[in-house]
Design a protein around this ligand. Structure first.
Ligand code: TXA
Ligand code: MG
Length: 303
């Protein structure tokens, strides 16, 4: 059993080193990985996803030391990395001029988004390849993000996919820009309150889509093919519903009203409903803590 896993990881590392793509589990969502030092390998990510070329990628490394070689760490970066890595937080930092990172990764920006994931399989692939790995979520650009190997397989049947359990958090990492005043560019599992508390200063949020530094945070994103209606308390004709707490529809993000559970279920349930109906109604989700990230994804999914 152990040997089989070692073989699978080393095959993935060989593919990465050969400039090919590999999908792998992380604690947030499944990633579509390539050697971040190779222009050709990274170009394959954009091609397979149909991703706009001005939307930069996140680089995944196994240690803070490796991250320091790529991004210029300031005090805030050191503080957040020490507290939240490995884990679902991405830091946007000035790109280290000496770093060996493909321009395809940064889309030509002089900043870089970096994170150390906590999923053991992700870490093993990074270590085995010895490369920083550029990895967006492993979905066609604009579509719902994958939280299981099966989701990845549905969209990319020919891809080499490392199997892990369903994603623990189910939402992409929180992105915080530390190149000037700490600014959240994407809500995620790590909340503004906890970031502010750890940094000892208020952290602001800027909508990625009117913020040049995050060209990828389009208004319409994470979208099922079905039409979406938010804040629904009853269902209209032909709709299927995604409930929350005591609003029970066809599926329920969390009957107990847990936002953590709701986040973990969100993309999976959206994909299931998307395969069954052309119109999805979603119950109101409290807009605090992790609810900020859930509502952010829902708003864009329905845009
Ligand atoms: O949880 C995650 O972060 C997942 C897993 C696979 O790690 N990855 C992920 O990647 O969500 P992706 O490509 O779906 O989202 C990356 C986001 C994009 O919105 C992009 O615009 C932003 O990060 N980004 C990347 N580099 C940036 C930079 N230098 N400045 C600002 N935003 C950046
Ligand atoms: Mg994505």
């Amino acid at each position: 059993m152990f040997e089989m896993r070692v073989n699978i990881i080393s095959k993935a590392a060989q593919l990465i080193l050969a400039g090919d793509l590999v999908a792998f589990p992380t604690e947030t969502v499944y990633g579509l990985g390539a050697d971040a030092t190779s222009d050709i390998a990274c170009a394959k990510i954009y091609q397979l996803k149909g991703r706009p070329s001005n939307n930069p990628l996140i680089v995944h490394v196994a240690t803070i030391e490796a991250a320091r070689k790529i991004g210029m760490f300031n005090e805030a970066a050191e503080t957040l990395a020490a507290k939240f890595w490995p884990g679902p937080l991405t830091l946007v930092l000035p790109l280290n001029l000496g770093a060996n990172i493909s321009k395809t990764v940064t889309a030509g920006l002089n900043t870089i988004a970096i994170r150390v994931p906590s999923h053991e399989v992700a870490l093993e692939v990074i270590r085995a390849s010895g490369k920083p790995i550029a990895a967006p979520s492993a979905n066609p650009s604009g579509y719902v993000s994958p939280t299981s190997a099966a989701h990845v397989r549905q969209n990319f049947p020919d891809l080499y996919i490392l199997n892990g359990s369903n994603s623990e958090y189910g939402l992409e990492s929180t992105i915080i820009d530390l190149t000037s005043k700490p600014t959240i560019l994407r809500y995620g599992f790590i909340t503004p309150e906890s970031l502010s508390e750890v940094l000892g200063q208020e952290v602001v949020y800027t909508h990625g889509y009117d913020y040049l530094k995050a060209p990828g945070m389009m208004i319409k994103h994470y979208s099922p093919r079905a039409r979406m209606r938010l804040n629904a308390t009853t269902l209209e004709q032909n709709e299927m519903g995604l409930g929350f707490s005591n609003i029970n529809f066809d599926m329920n993000l969390s009957e107990s009203g847990s936002l953590i559970e709701a986040a973990a279920n969100l993309f999976n349930m959206l994909q299931i409903l998307d395969s069954k109906t052309k119109a999805i109604a979603v119950a109101p989700i409290p807009n605090n803590g992790i609810g900020l990230a859930i509502n952010d994804r829902l708003k864009r999914a329905g845009a």
